[in-house]
Design a protein around this ligand. Structure first.
Ligand code: ADP
Ligand code: MG
Length: 141
């Protein structure tokens, strides 16, 4: 059993896609272990994406992530990290496989509807970034 962090980005929340996206997870072997809707502060978004701070798109990414509320979730299930990445599809929606969240809903490489941790190690860091352990309702307990 693994846990991973998912974020429904501001474009997904604005376009009323929360339910459709959560259904993709719940229908494909992942359960919601923690969930919060929140409007990220600039500091919080910059800290979350600190690994990308030297990339040319960093400013644009942070502006987008603070442009509206997001839904932050810890997902739990077998191979949750890879399973979530498979359900999300490639970063660039035009390269994402048919039937993935990004292929079906995302409009650009920047505004690509969902975030998902890229490794188990980062998943732990990212879940801790948003949720105290008492707020993560693991099935394994
Ligand atoms: P992923 O979200 O698939 O793990 P990355 O970690 O590489 O992708 O990038 C983090 C986020 O930064 C992406 O989801 C996207 O919102 C944004 N991003 C990545 N590459 C670009 C780009 N070339 N132009 C604009 N935004 C980008
Ligand atoms: Mg990434």
């Amino acid at each position: 059993m693994e846990q991973t962090l998912s974020i429904i980005k501001p474009d997904g929340v604005k376009r009323n896609l929360i339910g459709k996206i959560v259904d993709r997870f719940e229908s494909n072997g992942l359960r919601i272990a923690a969930m919060e809707m929140k409007w990220l502060s600039r500091r919080e978004a910059e800290g979350f994406y600190a690994v990308h701070k030297d990339r040319p798109f960093f400013g644009e990414l942070v502006d987008f992530m603070v442009s509206g509320p997001v839904v932050v979730m810890a997902l739990e299930g077998e191979d949750a990290v890879v399973r979530n990445r498979d359900l999300m599809g490639a970063t660039n929606p035009s390269e994402a496989k048919a039937g993935t969240i990004r292929a079906d809903f995302a409009e650009s490489i920047g505004e690509n509807t969902v975030h998902g941790s890229d490794s188990l190690e980062n998943a732990k860091i990212e879940i801790n970034y948003f949720f105290p352990s008492t707020q993560v309702m693991s099935d394994i307990k």
